[in-house]
Design a protein around this ligand. Structure first.
Ligand SMILES: [Fe+2]
Ligand SMILES: [Fe+2]
Length: 134
């Protein structure tokens, strides 16, 4: 699978948010590495934990910025965050140990998660830049 790059179109030019997106992309790369190099699969559980922890922190960051800026689509954007949290938190971590295909499913889920989330953030990013000193 092609590595996921945060192209300029997906950068919001808000350093805290872009930095967290990059950290999430790094975790996707680490997941792919475990599979490609046949590393101990228990590492996938640790990466999934980190991904989930970072999601919580990342969404809290964005939600705070949206509230500070008075973003009119706050509720809709937050609902999208809640749905994304549900997706990765409901992934069966124990399947990563015994099920060959679970690692690939996790990579696909993280990739889809990141691409859809970062695309959805663009409109929010434009509003934050116009309405906050970030
Ligand atoms: Fe985001
Ligand atoms: Fe977001």
């Amino acid at each position: 699978m092609r590595p996921l790059r945060i192209e300029s179109a997906l950068k919001l030019s808000i350093s805290e948010v872009d930095g967290q997106h990059q950290e999430l992309v790094n975790l996707l790369e680490q997941t792919q590495q475990v599979l490609d190099q046949d590393l101990p699969r228990v590492r996938l559980i640790r990466i999934l934990d980190q991904f989930n922890e970072l999601n919580i922190r990342h969404f809290a960051t964005e939600e705070l910025l949206m509230q500070e800026a008075g973003y009119p689509e706050f509720e809709a954007h937050k609902r999208m965050h809640d749905a994304l949290i549900e997706k990765t938190f409901s992934f069966d971590a124990t399947s990563l140990i015994d099920d060959e295909s679970a690692g690939r499913e996790l990579v696909a889920l993280m990739r889809e998660w990141l691409l859809s989330h970062m695309a959805e953030d663009r409109e929010m990013g434009r509003y934050l830049k116009q309405n906050l000193l970030v």
